[in-house]
Design a protein around this ligand. Structure first.
Ligand SMILES: [Zn+2]
Length: 258
């Protein structure tokens, strides 16, 4: 049988979407680093426990109330790139760039639902001298980009002019920003909705970079904000955000049995 028709397709769609969302929120999807015990003959010290754990698709969703404190308390930062935190049972390593990207992505999504995210008009409108191919690509993406706070003028004329950028990106050099946007949107992923891709681009561009020292308050805020996102374990491009080490494994490794 090649076709199955549902009586209430909308309902099924929503059920599947909700179940997928709930499954992606389960801590089991976090990759973990396994501490290798003496006499262990497993081939590798690294496992991805998320794969092994059976995910109950229609199991209880984690309520937003339980989400708080998903990653325990912040201990500090290592390599100016990872925020380290701990709960009673685990130590978490959060990639600060993708964590922030996820937070900004969902904030923008929320703002989009309410209207247009905050934009910053440029003091001096920026003429963009783009190659013709890039100009026509930009014209195709004008609508989703403008929904995010960009404003363009002069399509079809001699030069496209950039008049405003999303407030999140006001520190960015406008011309470089548009070149990066064209590169990103011309890249792989054309099957996904352009608005989502443009949104992910803005979030990535605005997110704190790796190799950036963070203050304690900044780390605590980032971890708290990530905890309450809808998808705290994956960035908008699908990369994992958090790796963890079990303290149970550490105790076993150190022969602390009491
Ligand atoms: Zn990124």
């Amino acid at each position: 049988k090649a076709w199955v028709r549902f009586r209430h397709p909308r309902l099924i769609y929503e059920m599947v979407a909700a179940a997928t969302q709930a499954a992606l929120r389960r801590p089991g999807v976090m990759p973990g680093v396994e501490v290798r015990a003496e006499g262990d003959d497993r081939p590798s010290a690294t496992t991805f426990s998320g794969v092994a754990e059976q995910v109950a698709l229609f199991g209880d969703a984690t309520g937003p109330g339980q989400a708080r404190g998903l990653f325990g308390r912040v201990l500090g930062q290592v390599q100016d790139t990872f925020v380290v935190s701990t709960s009673e049972d685990e130590v978490f390593f959060l990639d600060q760039h993708v964590a922030h990207e996820r937070v900004l992505f969902e904030r923008l999504q929320h703002e989009l639902r309410e209207g247009v995210p905050a934009a910053q008009a440029l003091l001096f409108a920026e003429p963009l001298e783009l190659p013709p191919a890039a100009s026509s690509l930009l014209e195709r993406w004008r609508e989703p980009l403008e929904r995010l706070g960009f404003a363009f003028e002069g399509f079809g004329g001699p030069a496209i002019v950039l008049r405003a950028v999303p407030a999140l990106l006001k520190g960015d050099e406008p011309r470089r920003l548009i070149e990066a946007a064209v590169d990103e949107l011309a890249g792989p992923g054309a099957d996904k909705p352009t608005l989502d891709r443009a949104l992910a681009f803005v979030a990535c561009r605005a997110a704190v970079k790796a190799n950036t020292p963070l203050g304690r308050e900044e780390m605590e805020r980032l971890v708290a904000e990530l905890s309450v996102t809808e998808t705290p374990y994956f960035c908008p491009h699908g990369r994992p955000i958090v790796s963890r080490v079990s303290l149970h494994d550490i105790r076993r490794e150190l022969k602390r049995n009491w």
